[in-house]
Ligand binder design. Sequence first.
Ligand code: MSP
Length: 516
Amino acid sequence: MSKTFFITTAIDYTNGAPHIGHAYEKVLADAIARHQRLLGRDVFFLTGVDQHGQKVQQSAQKLGIEPAAFVEDITSRFIALWEKLDISYDAWAATTGDIHKHCVQGILQRLWNEGKIYKAAQSGHYSVRQEQFLTEKERGPDGTFGEEWGEVVEIQEENYFFKLAENRDWLLALIDKRSQEGRSMVLPEFRTAELRNAVEKISGDLCISRPKSRLTWGIELPFDPDFVTYVWFDALSNYISFAGYDATPGADLSIFHTRWPALHVIGKDILAPPHGIYWTIMLHALGFADDDIPNFLVHGWWNIAGAKMSKSLGNSVDPSALADHYGTAALRYYLLTDINTGRDADFSTDRLEQRYNAELANSLGNLLNRSLSMAKRYRESRLRRMDSPLAALAGEKTAAYDTAMNTYQVQTALEHVMDFVTRCNAYVEETAPWKLAKDPSQSDKLDEVLYTLAESLRIVSILMSPILPKESAAIRSQLQWTGPATMGNTAWGLLPDGHELGNPVPLFPRIEAPAE
Ligand code: MSP
């Protein structure tokens, strides 16, 4: 029995509504998780919400409600969205949960006991409006802090710090070792250099607390009730707290060890420092072995007309409204085909419509429809099991798809599937079954064509199932093939002799442009 495939996404901030960037990451992780299930692996897919912090406290205050009520509302929107988008997560990480709180406090206590956390005075420029310390990065070219920070004052404050800097060389060595062994800590590999550079620049330690006078909406430090832990210790720990980890001495970690380490799917903005530096060093400090330090799959960003999506620009795209308008299939397909894993892309509803119409409605939808219609018209939907000229190509494309999916290049995987679909449509044109049907001497050839098309569609439906779970199942149901969708069942020739196909039902209706 192989070890569980454990995959996580970033947990989404609950200080605002979900946007297309959140949706992309979940759909990407979902496709990967579903492919691993096709391979027969036991999958543990964890996603959730990051509910604590300054921004939530401020937003709730403005509305005159409790932070708990505020995050409950936003959290429910995320949950509804993941249901609408068919995200097949196995566990839900909501950081206000008791299990999480217990785990985070256990971690903090342990690191405190071991002297890996210490208290120190911090002084510097502090933005009253944003309630945070500012660094040199926030200074403009003229040396002043921008207007967005409001009043900036110099203050001194005591806080708790986690020892980062002393682990710098350990981390550099680990990153290099993984690269040498050909299992880069960061995928795509080009981002490893980015992480390595950031690690080389580690100079100080990490402030992990906020005094309660400033922030109450967080997890209290177990060794000092006047403080809560701030941002990353709380957020990052979700990956282990919801997977069965417990830092208390003597705790039973047997379930946790069947899962860990995870593959963390995250956006490029939170690789360095949060995941690549804070998280790896936290795990090392907790005594995790080098082999148990996770890898990261880092995706790029969806921009809008070349610009970053942002609340202030008001250009955020609402994935829920898009799914209502175009359907979940169109949205999932677009998000997985119009971006290369790791790179940025521009979000465009025109592209979404074009790709859906060309690839799903015209190419795949049409292949399904014409194949079933012809089988019905010429053979009363009954197949004869025949050898096929496309069997070898199906095998090649399936193997190429599998390789791409195993390296998380979902768009490349889909290109292989759609190439095959295009080939099948060309095969229909070349063989012209409507002519074969008129010529009794071509009867075997007609059976070969019909079998080839049905069998191709069966295989395509399995390969497509991580991307379009519902529509893939619908294809199999029209084919009346009831076998399980597994990679093993992509072998050619599983439709038996005499198999009866179902009736054609249009699956991907064209998106029509609204009348001018
Ligand atoms: N809460 C932190 C992550 C903590 S993980 C322990 C956070 N939340 S977030 O809501 O801002 O972002 C969640 C994920 O969405 C991140 O991986 C981020 O990179 C991703 N995206 C945010 N905007 C995005 C786009 N415009 N495009 C693609 N992904 C983007 O960071």
